[in-house]
Design a protein around this ligand. Structure first.
Ligand code: LLP
Length: 419
């Protein structure tokens, strides 16, 4: 557990008092435990080792170069969804062959970049995309390695904005209508495409294994059918999606997920790929924020902190729950409270309706499980500089993303009308 309270009730990050980290680097501040990331990655790798699974970390969950480099050194590849993430993964030292390019809307430039860099696999999501990849490969006299992401029409039973497996979503090529098969026929017959296999990702923050099982069984049936037609289907990419416990401190049940995968795929001759993001990253990051004011109302207190929706969007966007605690434990009385940021929107909150101890101005509180989809979704809304990010690796604290100054933000723009 990277984030624990010491005997004096002070929250420490890999042994470092968070009060000192907040003091030194300022707030809002993302704090990551590299050892935690690598331990979760190892647990995932171990869980899928019996079926020889290869992990491609979903860069979108936490894109920090330092973290990507450390994970690459431990054998992780990358699942990417943009040319930007590709350049990031390559800059972090991830081998091109260990990169899988997902996403419904790859531009021609991104496809060119993928082919120029010789990345391992493009997961295509529509017949039109396949035509674009083929045209570029043909122009360059290459054979592009493509897998297709299928839509199995399965409800992941997660939040609707992060469920991706139903036919009503924009994701994947439908199986039921025969389109997936028609597209695979096309790839098989194209001189400029190499069929690498099938991919499925039905959503994120799945807390039940049943939808995974249904999706994977559907994928096996489809792949076996394609093989029976004489097609090459070397790889099955099983996506990400394993959920975490935002309420407690339980680590994801990698072993149960691994057992499910082993039960379905043992003895089948497929190379398996996995794209976990949240399950590796979320537990291993916190967001430290300082209380500014407490504003009492009849019903409840508003605890106004210096982190806002621009720093951690999940509560606003998905009504997501994140555990929040003062970094100093105590026996203070609790009041019904909303923990809110300074941004000028009613939707700007980190938590609502919590029983929360009264905090003094300047006191630091920690938002837990913020290592995934935290900093990557931050913005400069309200011309707020995004949080700094630090990484603790084998006891040492590294500033891996300094906070920009407001001057930096202004300098990003060109104003032809300034006098
Ligand atoms: N593979 C693909 C194709 C994906 O679209 C995703 C996530 C992953 C893998 C990684 O899934 P994970 O293991 O992290 O569940 N911003 C949202 C989550 C969006 C997930 C998008 N796709 C949130 O904060 O909950």
């Amino acid at each position: 557990m990277p984030f624990t309270y010491d005997e004096d009730g002070l929250l420490c990050a890999d042994g470092h008092p968070t009060s000192e980290l907040a003091q030194k680097f300022g707030t809002p501040l993302y704090v990551y435990s590299a050892d935690g990331f690598l331990a979760h990655l190892a647990a995932f790798q171990q869980a899928v080792a019996p079926v020889n699974g290869k992990v491609h970390f979903a860069v979108k969950a936490n894109a920090n170069l330092a973290l990507l480099s450390l994970m690459a050194q431990q054998g992780a590849g990358a699942d990417i969804v943009s040319g930007g993430e590709m350049q990031r993964a390559l800059a972090a030292g991830i081998a091109p062959q260990d990169i899988v390019f997902s996403g419904v809307g790859k531009t021609d430039d991104e496809i060119r970049l993928a082919l120029a860099k010789n990345i391992g696999q493009i997961n295509a999501e529509s017949p039109e995309e396949i035509k674009h990849i083929e045209a570029i490969a043909s122009e360059w006299g290459l054979k592009a390695p493509v897998a297709i992401r299928v839509n199995p029409d399965i409800d992941a039973k997660s939040h609707e904005k992060i469920s991706t497996g139903q036919k009503s979503t924009k994701f994947g090529i439908p199986i039921a209508t025969g389109e997936a098969e028609a597209v695979y026929d096309y790839i098989h017959n194209s001189p400029h495409l190499v069929a690498r296999g099938l991919a499925v990702h039905i959503g994120s923050q799945l807390t039940d294994l049943a939808p995974f099982k249904a999706a994977y069984q559907t994928l096996i049936a489809l792949a076996d059918g394609f093989r029976a037609k004489g097609y090459d289907v070397p790889i099955l990419d099983l996506g990400g999606g394993l959920g975490i416990d935002y309420h407690g401190e339980e680590t994801p049940d990698f072993a149960a997920y691994g057992a499910l995968v082993s039960s379905l795929f043992s003895g089948l001759d497929y190379q398996l790929g996995f794209e976990p993001g949240r399950s590796i990253a979320a537990d291993n990051g916190i967001l430290l924020t300082s209380a500014l004011y407490t504003k009492a109302s009849e019903e409840k207190d508003f605890i106004i902190v210096d982190a806002a929706m621009n720093d951690l969007l999940r509560p606003t966007l998905y009504e997501a729950y994140h555990r929040i605690e003062p970094i100093q434990q105590s026996n203070r009385a609790k009041r019904l409270s909303d923990i809110v940021g300074p941004v000028c929107e009613t939707g700007d909150y980190l938590a609502r309706g919590r029983d929360f101890p009264s905090v003094e101005s300047g006191e630091v509180v920690a938002v837990f499980n913020a290592g995934a989809y935290g900093s990557v979704m931050a913005s400069n809304y309200n011309t707020r500089a995004m949080p700094a990010e630090i990484l603790i690796h084998q006891g040492e604290v590294h500033l891996i993303k300094p906070r920009k100054t407001i001057e930096d933000l202004l300098n990003d723009e060109h104003n032809p009308f300034a006098e």
